[in-house]
Design a protein around this ligand. Structure first.
Ligand code: THU
Length: 139
């Protein structure tokens, strides 16, 4: 599914706005993410930390879980924004969760600088394990 310029800019705005809502008193690293689902809707999320550090959830997973909780199942694109000089690629756990909801998802990372990253999830997560591994052929 091709993604038009208007959708990309809406995603970028939503990711930037979400980063302003990050709850990150421990790292002070603000992350915002926004996903485009197959019905054209956009869902955002920010990182939410906890005094028990390991309970922290990343912005990317929060955005995807937000979409799934609204009944969406296919993520076409995700934008990650960090207010840094260079773009931030999703962590490994988030790559796995992105793949679960879109084997062809395009991942774009943007920052306050001009640099950006853009890759399909299959490039960020080569030889991925995913839903098709559990399709019954192992039984
Ligand atoms: N974080 C994200 O939200 N997404 C990433 O892709 C990398 C890390 C968050 C988790 C934690 O709140 C903070 O950034 C520092 O790791």
């Amino acid at each position: 599914m091709p993604i038009d310029d208007a959708s990309w800019s809406e995603l970028e705005i939503a990711a930037r706005e979400a980063s302003e809502r990050a709850y990150c008193p421990y790292s002070r690293f603000r992350v915002g993410a926004a996903v485009l689902t197959d019905d054209g809707s956009i869902w955002s999320g920010c990182n939410v930390e906890n005094a028990s550090y390991g309970l922290t959830i990343c912005a990317e997973r929060n955005a995807i879980f937000h979409a799934v909780a609204a009944g969406k199942r296919v993520v076409i694109a995700i934008v990650v924004f960090t207010p840094t000089d260079r773009p931030t690629a999703p962590c490994g756990a988030c790559r796995q969760v992105i793949f679960e909801f879109g084997a062809a998802t395009i991942v774009r990372s943007i920052c306050r600088g001009r640099e950006r990253l853009e890759e399909p999830i299959r490039v960020l997560l080569p030889e991925a394990f995913g839903p098709s591994n559990l399709d019954g052929s192992f039984q």
